[in-house]
Structure formats: structure tokens, C-alpha cells
Design a protein around this ligand. Structure first.
Ligand SMILES: O=P(O)(O)OC[C@H]1O[C@](O)(COP(=O)(O)O)[C@@H](O)[C@@H]1O
Ligand SMILES: [Mn+2]
Length: 648
């Protein structure tokens, strides 16, 4: 039974039998449509161009539509050009303006072709859903192009509309909007399973783009969490994100994108390491900075200066939180400054760089006055960066530690388990929990850390939790025994760099374990699957992304350029539409060339599961909500009919 109050509330929106019945008809129509296509991506690591291309091309789906519709009619080059127009309309228009004798004619022809693709990507949506996604300025025209029913006159009618667009001089803008709509309609829901930031040059551009997306959710990754901590002003997180991004030469993003002022750090680095070659701190150059080039020598000094700050600040956090169990990461006090060695858990190792002018052997974790001043200034930059704070708030409002959508469980790293596959008890901030309860507890704590920080504590202290989740061995986002950053910087012997993954990553090869996790999260282990990111799948070594008898799929395929050598591909998109689940395996993205052309690679798509029957909206989470609405509306109609409520 639905209560009277709810019915009275509903009656405000549906004041009579007719209005309520109309909505029931509308909802039932929606329920019988095929489910929209969901896309799952992870480990974007700042690769904005590759990522945006994956969305624009709908990871191969646009190409297959072009083939389906124009295969018999157009040449291969023409089909390539049409696909290229949808992927990057600005660039293609610019190129055509130069090469076409009659640019207006090219615009007309392109619009005609786009209309056919548009029809194909919208045919499983209701008219009202499509309307809601159209850009306001062209909604009327696009709706007409899509829905005109006068078959005999259609050619002429289209022709008129299109000719007017070209004559009015708005063809370029129209085509750009049109291609955006086509790409956006091909992807109904987007799930990002963590790690937007670090390594690649423009996570800021990715976030800007996603903030305009119609339906996106995030499952936080370790690289996201450490930025979320940095945004609370936490020094351990700030030094970590700066070290990583300086070491990848990402100055445009830091200084121009987020407005982080690195001048105090640069001045201090120059002062401390004037003569130090900082050989092992040279930045990796995956891309050049367009606006803020910093020469390698200065970048290396800044990298070393911020790394030392990181190890000192982390040492302080480790001592302040014995419950984190990170004492084995206290390494500055294990340095033998006379011998130039460090004592690690596997013995004593020589340091390849033993110049530590700012480390006081008697009190190695103490910051110098200069370092403190620099960190204060950096903290202010992070706290006051409007762009960063907006991105982080969006991560919170659209994100979580894990998410369940349409029966699938998504999380970035792992669920802590012991060797036998029991959910491991983990203690954080005084509370001990395991499995789902641990994840739920951390999720709440992470929200408090940003939105309700403990005012009485030093600034950013709440962010210690984010720092722990970035590198702690019981962090469901990290999933390794330790993070060996110090060793990577200072010790030549690569064996000391090794980070061992936790038991979980072995266990997930077992079907029963994956089913156990699904059950823990209240899902049906027969039909549900887990989508996992974080650990690059080494396809070139024969590793498969599909684990646990198809119950778990790891979709970190190495979108990060820095990791493509390891994986042998350039990322995955997991696709779940009304007919199947599939993995699109991407080749490295080739950027736009100077002559305005671009080489596009269509991903290899392999089906992971074919659904026995077409999945409809009524079978989805949304379908459940809509069916509840239908039940309520039926009660409302009954209330009107029996005189319990008055029609208006
Ligand atoms: O390869 P890089 O950029 O130096 O980073 C290495 C660090 O990144 C990590 O792998 C974490 O990043 P991922 O979440 O992408 O695996 C650490 O475990 C490791 O210490
Ligand atoms: Mn990760």
C-alpha cells in the first residue's frame, strides 16, 4: 500500500486521471526499450586526448555505424573522413576549409550523412530522451531532421533545412554540435573506475570534460584520493602529487591548469641544490609544456627538493599514526650518512645519491624553515585553487569508493583479504571492519575528511586518511605491501623497488572468491560481475583481463603512456549494451599531425558475454525505479476513481 501523503504529493504533479494515465503510458513505453549502453574506463592518468577520443569515437561504435550505413555506398577514404569528422570536427572542418573547392557543398553533404548516423544512434531512445540531450540552440532543427515523417518529401525538406544552415553561415558550429550529440548519444552511462590524475599531462582537461557529461560516475582510485587529500591542504598528499607531476614534467597542468604557484619551490630548490646534478631526479618527458616550459635541470632540483619534503612530512605522519603500521617506511633515520648507505628490510644498500644538505642526521624528519615556508605557500595554492576544488567536489558528488550499477560491482583496487580468501579485518581511525562494511566505513570517513574536517586539528590533518589510502598496505585502493618511492629515488638496486601486490590479486583468479565478493556486496553471483582497475594487464605476456571464470574483469589496459610498454596495448573500454558485454582493446592514440590529418585506429572488440535475451530498461536499476513510479501512479488513478482524492 502506498501512503496517502505520497499520493497527495503525486497529485500535485498529476492532477487528474488523464495526466496520471498519460505518464503511465509514457513510463511503460520507456520500460520496454532496450537498455542504454554503459561504458567503463579506468586508469586514465591524465591522457586527455586519448580519453576524449575514446568517448568521441564511442570506442569503435561510431566506426561500426559508419560501416553499417555507408559500407556499400562510400569509398574507404570517404568513410574514414566521415568517422574523422565525428571524432574531431574542429580539426576536420579546418582541414576541409583549405582543401575543398566548394566548402558549402561539403558542409551540406556532411550534414546529410550525419543525419543517418544520428538516426542510428537514437533509434533505441524515446523522443523525449533524445530531445533532452540536444544542444538548446539547435534542438529544434535536430529534432526536425530526426523525426520528419513525410517520406515522399523528405529529401526536399531536409535539403531546405540544411541549405538554410549553410546559407546563414552557422554550418561549422552546427556540425560541431551535431557530432558532439552523436558521440554523446552513443554512450548512455559512463563509469570511471579510478585514477584520473598523475603521469599524463592533463587530468584537469579530463575533469573539465567530464563535468559536462550527461551521466558519469567515479570509483575513486589511489591517484584520485591523493589529490583529494591534497585539496584538503594535507602536506603528505601535496608533496606526493607535486613530486609525481614534477617528475613527469607536468608544469602546464600544475601552474596554468590549477594555478599552483611553484615559484617558492623553484627558488628554494635552486638555493639548496645549486651544484647538485640531481641526476636521478630528471623529469620524464612524455609531452612538452606549451606555456610553462621549465628546463630539465631546474625541474630535477625541484623534484629532489619536494621528494625530501615528502619523506620528512611522511615520517611525521607515520609517527603521528602508529595505527597505520607504516614504521617500516621510516627510512631517513636508516641512512648512514658517513658510509652513504641505507638499511632496508632486505639489508644495507648503497645510496646512488647521498647528498642530503637539508637533512639533519640527528632529527631527519624535521623540516627546515625554508621547507616549511615553501609548504605553507603550496598549501595556500591548493586550498585556493578554484579549479581544483571544483574538480574535487565533482569527484565527491559523482563518486564513491565502490558503486553498484545494473548488477555490476565496480571498484578501483581491491577488497582486502587474507591468503585464504577471508575478508581481512582492517583498523582505521579506531574502527575495525572488513569486506563491505570496511568499504562503507571508509567512504563515510573520506566524505567527512573533506566536508567536515576536524577544525581543532592542524590544517589538513583529516587528509591523513587520504594519504594512508594512497599507500597503506590495507588500503583497498593501493593493494600492495609498500610503496617504495624512497628506494626508486635513491637506491640503484632494482630489487629494492619491487612492490608486492596483496593476496587479493592472486585470489581473483578463483571463481569462488569472486562470487564470494559479489555475495558480500549483496549481488547475485550468477549474473553479476566485478569491474576492477588499478593493475595494468600485461597482455603482451599473455595475461588475460578476464579473471575468475569471467566473474571479474580488470580494465587497466595501460592508457597511461608510461605503462604501454608493460601492457602492449593502450587501454580498454568495457562496453555493456542491451545485447552483450565486450572489451574494446585500444591501440596507442596518434595525435593530430601538423597538416591537419590524423591517423585513427579502430579498437579490436571482443565479446565477453552474450546476453540470452535483449536487456530492456525494465531489467535495469532505472527500470526498477520507473516500475515503482508506475505502481504509485496506478494507486493514484485508483484514488481518483474511488473518490479518495479529488481531480483537478
Ligand atoms: O611508474 P611511476 O609513475 O614512477 O609510479 C610508480 C608508483 O605508482 C604506483 O604504481 C601507483 O600507481 P598505480 O595506481 O597506477 O599503480 C606505485 O605503486 C608506484 O610506486
Ligand atoms: Mn591505481
Amino acid at each position: 500500500m502506498i501512503d496517502q501523503q505520497l499520493l497527495r504529493h503525486l497529485s500535485k504533479k498529476y492532477p487528474n486521471v488523464k495526466a496520471a494515465t498519460e505518464e503511465i503510458v509514457n513510463l511503460n513505453a520507456i520500460l520496454s526499450l532496450p537498455k542504454g549502453t554503459e561504458y567503463f574506463l579506468s586508469d586514465l592518468h591524465g591522457e586527455h586526448e586519448a580519453f576524449i577520443h575514446m568517448l568521441k569515437s564511442a570506442s569503435g561504435v561510431i566506426r561500426s555505424k559508419v560501416e553499417e550505413i555507408f559500407g556499400p555506398e562510400l569509398t574507404r577514404d570517404e568513410r574514414d573522413a566521415l568517422a574523422a569528422l565525428i571524432y574531431n570536427a574542429e580539426a576536420e572542418i579546418k582541414r576541409r576549409k583549405k582543401s575543398e573547392e566548394d566548402f558549402g557543398k561539403w558542409c551540406k553533404m556532411s550534414i546529410f550523412r550525419l543525419v543517418l548516423i544520428f538516426k542510428s544512434v537514437t533509434n533505441k531512445y524515446t523522443r523525449s530522451k533524445v530531445r533532452k540531450r540536444l544542444p538548446k540552440e539547435y534542438a529544434y532543427v535536430l529534432d526536425e531532421l530526426l523525426h520528419t515523417s513525410d517520406e515522399a518529401n523528405k529529401g526536399n525538406y531536409y535539403g531546405q533545412i540544411i541549405a538554410t544552415i549553410v546559407e546563414c553561415g552557422i554550418a561549422e558550429d552546427f556540425i560541431i554540435s551535431f557530432t558532439d550529440v552523436i558521440s554523446s548519444l552513443a554512450v548512455d552511462k559512463l563509469h570511471i573506475i579510478g585514477d584520473i590524475w598523475d603521469r599524463g599531462s592533463h587530468p584537469d582537461a579530463i575533469m573539465d570534460y567530464l563535468m559536462g557529461h550527461h551521466d558519469v560516475d567515479f570509483q575513486w582510485g589511489n591517484h584520485d584520493i591523493v589529490w583529494m587529500g591534497a585539496a584538503t591542504g594535507n602536506w603528505a598528499c601535496i608533496t606526493n602529487v607535486l613530486r609525481m607531476n614534477i617528475s613527469y614534467n607536468n608544469f602546464d597542468m600544475l601552474e596554468i591548469g590549477y594555478g599552483i604557484n611553484l615559484r617558492p619551490l623553484a627558488i628554494m630548490a635552486e638555493k639548496i641544490y645549486g651544484d647538485d646534478p640531481c641526476e636521478f631526479f630528471m623529469p620524464k618527458r612524455l609531452e612538452e609544456n606549451k606555456f610553462d616550459p621549465i628546463d630539465d635541470m631546474l625541474a630535477a632540483k625541484m623534484n629532489k627538493a619536494i621528494s625530501i619534503c615528502q619523506f620528512k612530512v611522511e615520517g611525521q605522519r607515520i609517527k603521528a599514526h602508529p595505527e597505520y603500521g607504516l614504521e617500516n617506511r621510516l627510512l631517513l633515520d636508516k641512512i648512514n650518512f658517513d658510509k652513504g648507505t641505507v638499511m632496508l628490510r632486505d639489508g644495507e644498500f648503497p645510496l646512488r645519491d647521498a647528498n642530503f644538505p637539508t637533512v639533519n642526521p640527528n632529527n631527519p624528519y624535521e623540516l627546515t624553515e625554508d621547507e616549511r615556508n615553501v609548504l605553507n605557500a603550496l598549501e595556500a595554492s591548493f586550498l585556493q585553487s578554484e579549479k581544483l576544488q571544483a574538480h574535487i567536489k565533482f569527484m565527491y558528488s559523482h563518486g564513491a569508493l565502490y558503486t553498484i550499477v545494473n548488477g555490476n560491482l565496480m571498484y578501483h583496487g581491491c577488497i582486502p583479504m587474507d591468503e585464504d580468501g577471508n575478508f581481512e579485518n582492517c583498523t582505521v581511525n579506531g574502527i575495525t571492519a572488513s569486506g563491505k562494511a570496511y568499504m562503507d566505513y571508509l567512504d563515510t570517513q573520506l566524505r567527512n575528511a573533506y566536508f567536515n574536517p576536524d577544525e581543532s586539528e592542524e590544517t589538513g590533518r583529516s587528509g591523513d586518511l587520504m594519504w594512508y589510502l594512497w599507500l597503506g598496505s590495507k588500503s583497498p585502493l593501493f593493494g600492495k605491501d609498500q610503496m617504495t618511492t624512497f628506494e626508486r629515488c635513491f637506491v640503484a638496486d632494482k630489487r629494492t623497488h619491487k612492490e608486492y601486490t596483496v593476496s587479493y590479486y592472486k585470489l581473483i583468479n578463483r571463481k569462488d572468491i569472486c562470487e564470494k565478493i559479489l555475495t558480500e556486496f549483496g549481488l547475485d553471483p550468477k549474473t553479476s560481475i566485478i569491474l576492477n582497475g588499478h593493475v595494468p594487464v600485461k597482455i603482451k605476456d599473455g595475461e588475460s583481463p578476464v579473471k575468475g571464470g569471467g566473474k571479474l574483469i580488470v580494465i587497466d589496459g595501460g592508457m597511461s603512456k608510461a605503462y604501454q610498454k608493460q601492457t602492449g596495448i593502450a587501454g580498454y573500454t568495457f562496453i555493456f549494451n542491451s545485447r552483450y558485454m565486450a572489451l574494446a582493446e585500444h591501440k596507442p592514440y596518434s595525435p593530430l599531425k601538423k597538416d591537419g590529418t590524423q591517423e585513427f585506429h579502430t579498437p579490436a572488440i571482443r565479446t565477453v558475454r552474450t546476453l540470452q535475451k535483449r536487456m530492456l530498461i525494465k531489467d535495469t536499476d532505472l527500470g526498477e525505479e520507473l516500475q515503482q513510479e508506475v505502481r504509485e501512479l496506478k494507486e493514484l488513478v485508483k484514488a481518483y476513481r474511488t473518490g479518495k482524492l479529488k481531480e483537478r
